[in-house]
Design a protein around this ligand. Structure first.
Ligand SMILES: [Zn+2]
Ligand SMILES: [Zn+2]
Length: 537
């Protein structure tokens, strides 16, 4: 069983793991990298994904950081099956096309800018049409159903409680007489998230991929968070001000609709305009209504009592740009829920441009803000942010409400892990920023005495079944690939160099980097490289 960590390691985006059993190859997730140029460049270098040779992609859920490269992979020759739950398929239908649309717009924008600078023409990673075409490879499966995908390969999707249709994937492998079970947690939800069910418990497994988005912190309870939001909304209404909530179109938006609906139904706030200003969020809300079999008991009860928790008085869905523009002209209080959730694209940017500089406005951040995004800069207390080429002052009240997260916090992750009863369990900590994954890995080692590794991007390892025994990821990483062509050696060298620079830079913050031992070693390496250069001349 061979594994290559293609994404979602030491970062939260680009989730993808390549698995190989004999000649059979498949991926678990195929997410897009987001959050800065360096990361996003990886979206264009998909050779290691071996698109043409893949038999299938097992997809945990519809979020773009898990599904966003599928259309591109189809362009590169993928003809296998994309296997996911029905709700994931429904969501992918709108989300991937929306993503294609964003890619097209971005390329267009680059070209407008680039032409003036005499640059080459930018092309989109994929178009909305490419995204639509890739849907024919999708195949929906049910939760908890055992699937026989190939000889010695069984798979089961379990509810991950993260977003509608999200799954934990269990994989049973039989290879060279050995039987093992791998588990991909996917993104794990909170147990008190409304609308959808709680994450399923997994009790058996030999190798586990565990997400770590919030592996270093504890969320406030849902009640506290809901109370905080209520106060913010009440204050804004009292001052006739607006509340802007950047929200991921799927799940966070529906969660906010659900919560605001509760406020209005209970009479805690008067009925004020609630704008859902994202065509994608509107479509996603429709998909929620169609997949009510994924709802938890509480929501099912509301529905059977004739109450739709996703409908509230005063809600205004704005699909067109014209409708969207009128929102900020409307006087009086209002709540604007718009995408993208990390403020990097979409209509939310217009609302931020309109409200960030106004002292009376409130910006409420409810979702994860990846490094390098505009949302992250706002959360980190930037005095100004650049929107549409203009520096906008940040004067509004900024609130971060962690309790609305669709991700389990540190306690939630460790609780979930504690159900797996195998003292030999091997854990790969993924889907988290480097130091957060490290922290969670360390905790897993201390509390459960399990082997927990934080893999590197593009690291390869052999898990079981082959002649090679379980190789700790770290050792494999340090191995220099022998007999490989120059291109491979160069990329290896490049990665090591970047890693070294990263580590040195981090060290620089706290300690003196002028360690004579290191300087000597680095000097020797650079001399060797110069010698090699001379030899080549
Ligand atoms: Zn997700
Ligand atoms: Zn994710």
């Amino acid at each position: 069983m061979r594994v290559e960590f293609l994404g979602g390691v030491r970062t939260v985006t680009g989730s993808a793991t390549l698995l190989e059993k004999g000649s059979l190859k498949w991926l678990v997730d195929c997410g897009m990298f987001q959050g800065g140029k360096d990361l996003e460049e990886r979206n264009w270098k998909l050779q290691p994904y071996q698109a043409e040779k893949l038999s299938f992609i097992l997809l945990t859920h519809a979020h773009i950081d898990h599904s966003g490269l599928i259309p591109r992979l189809v362009k590169e020759g993928f003809r296998g099956k994309v296997i996911c739950t029905k709700a994931t398929l429904d969501l992918c239908e709108v989300m991937l096309q929306d993503s294609g649309h964003i890619q097209e717009m971005e390329a267009e924008w680059q070209n407008r800018k680039g032409k003036r600078a005499g640059k080459d023409e930018a092309i989109p990673l994929y178009t909305a049409e490419d995204a639509e075409k890739c849907l024919r490879y999708f195949e929906a499966v049910k939760y908890d159903e055992m699937l026989n995908l190939a000889d010695g390969l069984k798979v089961r999707f379990r509810d991950a409680g993260h977003i509608l249709g999200s799954a934990i994937i269990e994989i049973w492998i039989e290879e060279s007489g050995e039987k093992k079970k791998m588990v991909f947690s996917g993104d794990l939800g909170n147990s008190d998230e409304p609308i959808i069910r709680d994450p399923s418990v997994v009790e058996e497994g030999d190798v586990l991929w565990l997400e770590s988005t919030y592996g270093d912190r504890l969320h406030k309870t849902r009640e506290e968070t809901v109370e905080e939001l209520l106060k913010i909304v009440q204050e804004a209404i009292a001052r006739q001000a607006k509340v802007v909530i950047p929200a991921f179109a799927v799940e966070r938006t529906q969660d906010i609709i659900y919560t605001l609906g509760q406020f209005i139904r209970k009479g805690s706030i008067p009925s004020v305009p609630v704008y859902i200003d994202s065509p994608l969020a509107i479509s996603a809300t429709e998909i929620f209504k169609k997949n009510s079999d994924c709802f938890d008991q509480e929501t099912q009860n509301l529905l059977s009592g004739g109450e739709n928790p996703l409908e509230i008085p005063g809600i205004i869905y704005t699909r067109t740009t014209e409708e969207s523009k009128t929102i900020n002209e409307a006087p009086g209080p209002g709540i604007i829920v718009s995408a993208s959730g990390m403020c990097d694209s979409g209509r939310i940017q217009h609302h931020l441009k309109h409200h960030l500089w106004r002292e009376e406005s409130h910006i409420v951040i409810i979702g994860y803000q990846a490094e390098g995004t505009i949302g992250r800069r706002i959360v980190d207390g930037a005095k100004t942010v650049k929107l549409f080429g203009e520096e906008i002052a940040v004067k509004a009240h900024i609130h971060t409400l962690g309790g609305f997260s669709a991700h389990a916090d540190q306690r939630g992750l460790l609780d979930w892990l504690s159900h797996v009863r195998n003292p030999q369990l091997e854990v790969f900590v993924n889907h988290g920023e480097e130091k957060i994954s490290m922290k969670l890995g360390q905790l897993i080692g201390e509390q459960f005495h399990l082997k927990a590794t934080v893999p590197e991007w593009r690291e390869k390892t052999v898990l079981f079944g082959g002649v090679e025994s379980v190789a700790p990821a770290k050792e494999v990483r340090e191995e220099f690939p022998p007999g490989e062509p120059f291109s491979v050696l160069f990329s290896h060298l490049d990665r090591t160099y970047k890693r070294l620079r990263r580590k040195l830079r981090r060290k620089k913050k706290g300690e003196d980097v002028h360690d004579p031992g290191w300087l000597k070693q680095l000097g020797e390496v650079s001399k060797k490289l110069e010698e090699l250069e001379k030899e080549l001349e």
